[in-house]
Design a protein around this ligand. Structure first.
Ligand code: FAD
Ligand code: S2G
Ligand code: ZN
Length: 432
């Protein structure tokens, strides 16, 4: 953790796809390794040079190429910042199908390269579905133009899928064609305080059934995550009465076509939850204003920042069965005993994605050795994934085998060798 610092001597910021192609062709002829860089918000060291690689930043390729307000299909340079694209499509009554706490800095090219998940995946699916086409400069400088804007195109192998989540190891994404959904007419959210984490599963079933098509997010933060978010000013604290006895919190967001209809569904849900014989929740706070809507989201989205302000973070972004979320957090806490300040869990319940964060006073080998391979073996025991959405980067190449068998890794290496025989594209990332 925190040990990746490159010694790159040069950063190039090309303005056009042709310039990217010329740079890559020049590097390929001289076996000069390249690190593609977007907004640098990645959390696994994927955009950091490991030695003296040339950094190719897409920051200067930040133009929207086209937007069709009827289909919602946006074609943009890879270096467009996610927030800028959100702002661009909003007046056309569309939203981006992806939203994450790093939206102010991350690029759409980086989002695609990392197959970022985020807060809207539950409702709008993964980028493997919403990305319609890509323009990629291959490791020999060839421009692969697959920048179609077709919803359906069943003509041969779907090559673009290889670059979604490849973390810059198969080529540099220079253009993205993506389907943006229409903006919901009304969004609302409610934070629910639960006495026991075990209630999250039955609650998720109930909420899905009762909210059905208007459910757009179902996120959880445990009590430690909540307390740290409040301590570090991320969102306004709930009342003492509302948090009394709460073991964890669930943030539910709705996005629908009519505010009255959605609010009726939400209030019916809250009443049914509170009036149940054995309530799954202690209480719920329904946002009453845009300010409160943002404040409730800040309690969830601000956990990352709160953790980094609290100390040195060891982050494990894992996919495991929802039923084992609490067991993994508690077992890790028990395993570390008092060597660290906090062990907390939060994340995307609907995606089965737990963010296990450990906060220490300092990064030490003792803590690292206590955590790995302990956490990875725990994840493997559930046949889970050691990286749900953040990718492998440089930090988890050694752990890939906990989630992918030898045959899978062998064929990944064959694909890498086919696209990048010289091994110049982001060496040392994803694959060892
Ligand atoms: P970078 O960090 O610059 O690069 C990431 C990787 O992609 C590197 O391997 C790099 O080489 C490669 N790359 C970048 N641009 C290109 C390109 N044009 N072509 C080819 N390869 C490229 N991630 C989630 O999935 N879900 C979340 O909810 C989430 N929340 C976050 C919240 C915060 C506060 C922070 C700091 C990060 C969060 N992240 C999350 C992680 C990170 O934001 C994502 O991985 C994001 O997609 C990275 O985009 P970027 O432009 O910053 O890419
Ligand atoms: C989230 C952010 C990154 C982290 O908040 O959903 O993906 O783990 C995370 O701090
Ligand atoms: Zn996340």
């Amino acid at each position: 953790m925190g040990k990746y610092r490159g010694r790159a001597t040069t950063v190039l910021r090309p303005k056009t796809t042709q310039q990217v192609s010329d740079i890559v062709r020049w590097c390929a002829s001289r076996d000069i390794p390249i690190v593609p860089q977007g907004g640098n918000t990645g959390l696994v060291g994927g955009s950091v040079p490991l030695h003296d690689e040339l950094v190719v930043s897409l920051a200067n390729m930040n133009t929207v190429r086209s937007f069709d307000p009827v289909s919602g299909i946006l074609v943009a340079d890879a270096g467009c910042i996610l927030q800028s694209l959100t702002d661009y499509v909003a007046p056309h009554n569309h939203i981006m199908p992806i939203d994450l706490g790093a939206k102010g800095s991350c690029h759409i090219g980086g989002n695609v390269a990392t197959n970022a998940g985020g807060l809207r995946l539950l409702r709008y699916g993964s980028l493997h579905g919403s990305v319609l086409g890509l323009e990629v400069v291959l490791p020999d400088g060839t421009i692969l133009d697959q920048l179609t804007s077709l919803r359906k195109d069943n003509t041969g192998y779907d090559l673009k899928q290889l670059f979604i989540g490849a973390e810059g190891t198969l080529g540099i994404i220079t253009g993205v064609s993506i389907l943006t959904p229409p903006s919901p007419q009304a969004s609302n959210n409610v934070i629910l305080a639960l006495p026991h984490f075990d209630n999250v599963q039955p609650l998720y079933k109930t909420v899905k059934r009762q909210l059905s098509e208007i459910l757009s997010a179902f996120e959880f933060i445990d009590r430690t995550a909540y307390d740290l978010a409040v301590k570090h000013g991320q969102g306004r604290a709930l009342s003492d009465e509302d948090v009394a006895g709460a073991d964890c919190f669930v943030l539910v967001e709705t996005s629908g076509g009519r505010r009255e209809h959605d609010e009726e569904k939400l209030t019916d849900l809250l009443s049914s939850l509170l009036e149940a014989d054995t309530p799954l929740i202690n209480t719920g706070v329904l946002s009453q204003s845009p300010a409160q809507f943002s404040s409730l989201w800040a309690l969830r989205e601000g956990v990352t920042e709160a953790v980094s302000k609290e100390g040195k973070a060891y982050k494990y972004d894992i996919s495991i069965p929802l039923a084992s979320f609490k067991h993994v957090v508690d077992t890790t806490r028990e395993h570390l005993r008092h060597a660290v300040k906090h062990v907390l869990g939060y994340g995307h319940v609907g995606d089965g994605n737990l963010h296990l964060n450990i906060v220490a006073s300092a990064y030490t080998q003792e803590i690292q050795d206590a955590l790995e391979p302990f956490v990875y073996e725990l994840v493997a025991s559930y046949r889970g994934s050691i990286s749900a959405e953040h990718g492998i980067g440089a930090m988890k190449t050694h752990a890939l085998h906990y989630s992918k068998n030898d045959v899978s890794i062998e064929w990944m290496k064959k694909i890498k060798a086919l696209f990048d025989p010289r091994g110049i594209m982001n060496p040392g990332k994803v694959l060892e």
